[in-house]
Design a binder for this molecule. Sequence first.
Ligand code: FMN
Length: 338
Amino acid sequence: MSPNLTTSYLGLTLRNPLVAAASPVTGRLDTLRRLGEAGIGAVVLPSLFEEQIERDELALHDLDTLGSEISAEMTGYFDPFTGVEVGPAAYLRRLQAAKDVLDVPVIASLNGYRPGGWTHHAELLQSAGADAIELNIYFLASEASETASDVEARTIDTVASVVQHVSVPVAVKIGPWFSSVPNLVRRLGEAGAKGVVLFNRFYQPDIDLETLTVGPRLVLSTSDEARLALRWIAMLHGRTPVDLAASGGIHGAGDAVKLLLAGADVVTMASALIEHGPEHVGEVLAELGAWMREHEYEDVTDLRGALSQRAAPDPGAFERANYLRALTGYAAAYRPPR
Ligand SMILES: Cc1cc2nc3c(=O)[nH]c(=O)nc-3n(C[C@H](O)[C@H](O)[C@H](O)COP(=O)(O)O)c2cc1C
């Protein structure tokens, strides 16, 4: 008998815990359709950015002042790098089209870092059919005058500002560099978030030694990165009412099983789907089912959190004790190259 993979995430029922994270794979209708056919549990569309919304509103304001007739189409504009139409109007059209081709939950993504007028777009996403909103808070504190508390308070205010505009659930995608992840997660829940996505991936700039320019360099993840989310999800499972979504480094069924054992409600994939295509979902689901049968799990809820910090035989393995063991163990085995 096939194991039961039905999962609840943000109050939505998913046929399995595999979610396609925001990426170009969820940004095209053909690949969205293929994800659906391959069995994906839910999809997150690429983000609509605070900057795009504000730019759009500025354009609207300019047109207004000129007394022009405006339509939703006219407010879109084209990304100079990709030639793709971006902006809220185009986003809403893509969201509606995604809803038409998929019969699994479609999660729209807003990406910003501070409260402001742009947050009311959550309401438009809901009206266009979004089953939930993922709010990606991506901020890099570069001012010495700004404290960690300032950054956290603004993060919480931004979440509250989005939550107040919608009745659909909101998940918040955060970066890993907060001093106290558990405290932040608690406050995100208090601000109305129904889920947290751990973690946003920061793309570091790089220096080109030939052109002597600084630019972005996007490198896809590897499975090794999944251990960052694994630790924090294991520590949070059973200690917070918010749902936990794992993001970063989940490439195969083995990674997915580990994150579920740690306590993730869902596991999300971007790099692996970019690399192997939407059909990879079918392979991962088949292997997940095979692993569960082999280990005599009939229901995915039975394995969820089975190795979280609360359930693990050695809770210290997730904390400082593990750090000490890793370093001392490595040092003891180290032999210098000759
Ligand atoms: C090309 C590319 C585009 C992405 N676009 C978005 C985006 O629009 N919004 C977002 O929240 N995350 C975006 N992400 C981040 C992914 O959703 C995911 O969190 C991250 O890649 C880590 O997961 P992975 O290891 O499975 O790739 C993007 C990632 C890639 C590689």
